[in-house]
Design a protein around this ligand. Structure first.
Ligand code: ADP
Ligand code: MG
Length: 294
């Protein structure tokens, strides 16, 4: 490949809103046959809304949201932003101390003297937190509707849950179709629950058998590596801190320009407007650029 043609391709990419780390990236892009899509913030907007607050026995929804919102204050995760904003609408948030964030699992902080944990159920249970049937039924109903359930615990027990959801981006279904037209296999990869993931997959046209849900950030990396071991040349599209390892390991990493710096640093390409259609444009561009060269 002549350096000039690659530079022209890079310049054309910039015009489209695709920032390419170096001209050599276009060469790896050409061989890609599999595209792994992160869900939250990549296929969906990542602007989560609080839809419901369900308090367990003896607790109030206001208290639950206040403590959860305060604990989430230090996190940039879309779920954290939604909880902190909803809680702040009801009044001033108490100050949290000893804040800890565990990527892809949840957060932990001391609020009003309580050790508050907010996150996914499996993580809370691993920490010895008990879950009551009443809350399980509410969680089940929400997940059946394709929503995300965030558990809130203190005093070693689940005290309630918050139901959040975001919307699929307008262009995501079109983008998946464009990827298929390029002969690529799209997969959906998420730390979120399986039912929510299946609902999003159906909306954008990813096969149910190509949905991998309830994974940790390390599992995201393992999924990319497993596909590579099976012989696939893998592109990964993501936006979060939890995607960074998978983005770096992929043959081609594409970051949403609307996402975290960590994701962009780990990637070969940045899609400036955070529009998934640009992922297909990038692959089409690299093929066209290299065809001119040959
Ligand atoms: P995705 O793969 O969809 O981008 P993440 O890996 O960031 O999702 O998160 C996976 C799951 O971990 C979330 O669905 C949520 O249950 C939980 N989680 C992660 N971060 C937080 C947080 N700050 N607060 C509450 N729950 C969280
Ligand atoms: Mg994400």
């Amino acid at each position: 490949a002549t350096p000039t043609a690659l530079l022209v391709g890079t310049g054309r990419g910039a015009q489209l809103g695709i920032l390419i780390k170096g001209p050599q990236v276009l060469e790896s892009t050409r061989r890609v046959d599999t595209v792994v899509l992160d869900k939250t913030g990549t296929v969906t907007t990542g602007h989560m809304q609080v839809l419901d607050v369900v308090a367990g026995p003896g607790r109030s929804a206001a208290q639950l949201l206040r403590l959860a919102g305060a604990a989430e204050h230090g996190s940039a995760h879309p779920i954290a932003r939604a909880l902190a904003e909803a809680a702040a609408r009801d009044g001033v948030l108490p100050v949290a101390s000893d804040f800890r964030s565990l990527d892809g699992l949840g957060v932990q902080a001391v609020v009003e003297g309580r050790d508050v944990r907010v996150g996914r159920r499996s993580w809370l249970e691993q920490g010895g937190v008990g879950v009551v049937d009443e809350l399980l039924a509410a969680a089940d109903r929400a997940e059946q509707q394709g929503r995300t359930v965030v558990w809130v615990a203190w005093d070693g027990a689940a005290q309630g849950l918050v139901v959040v959801a975001d919307a699929v981006k307008d262009t995501s279904a079109q983008a998946v179709q464009a990827l298929r037209q390029l002969g690529l296999r799209p997969l959906l990869l998420t730390g979120d629950n399986r039912r929510t993931a299946m609902s999003v997959a159906a909306q954008v046209g990813v096969d149910g058998s190509d949905v991998v849900a309830e994974v940790t950030p390390q599992d995201k990396l393992a999924v990319v590596q497993r596909l590579q071991a099976e012989g696939a040349v893998v592109a990964m599209v993501g936006d979060g801190v939890n995607d960074a390892a998978a983005l770096a390991a992929a043959d081609l990493g594409l970051a949403m320009g609307t996402g975290t710096d960590v994701a962009m640093e780990a990637s070969d390409l940045t899609l400036v407007r955070g529009d998934l259609v640009l992922a297909a444009d990038a692959i089409r561009l690299s093929r066209a650029t290299l065809r001119t060269i040959k």
